[in-house]
Design a binder for this molecule. Sequence first.
Ligand SMILES: [Zn+2]
Length: 183
Amino acid sequence: MAIERTGIAILERAQSKCKKGSRQWKKYQKAKRYVLSMSEKQLQDALHKTTRQFVDWCVKRSVSDVQMGNPEGVQRKTRKKKKANRKQGQRLSNWSFGKAKKYLKYKLAIQGIKLRKVDESYTSQTCPVCKKRKKISSRKYRCLCGYQEHRDTQGARNILAKSLYGDIRHFDVSTKQTYLRIA
Ligand SMILES: [Zn+2]
């Protein structure tokens, strides 16, 4: 079973997990500017390429199910926060979430792979062992109870737990992180 997260650059979401003004935050900011400078056509091409690469990756590994975090809440929050920048933010949101989901869904369906959307609220913040919540700014999620995990695996594990069991919990699954880098 695949625990990997969809390899889409969901920049706004990623940025919302960083400390404002931090190096990583600035990196996302730069990436956002780049995306915003692209034309609709360029965006569409990039998105087709990204989703195609991800689906190829799934096919190669005989993945049967993809669990995708559904960042609706993040989107709403972003929209509220950035009234002045609404148009820009909206465009980025539409690009990252709506279209990505649509492209991914039909490309996976062609291969007979199921796509399941999972409400990802608090998945990056919650400790699956003691259920305490904590915002993280480093690469590693460390809880006072002793649990620790790489931040990306942490989020993916919790999304999968929600999909399988309906809530965030610790369960035995081998995890291997794979990042899909888009040229
Ligand atoms: Zn804990």
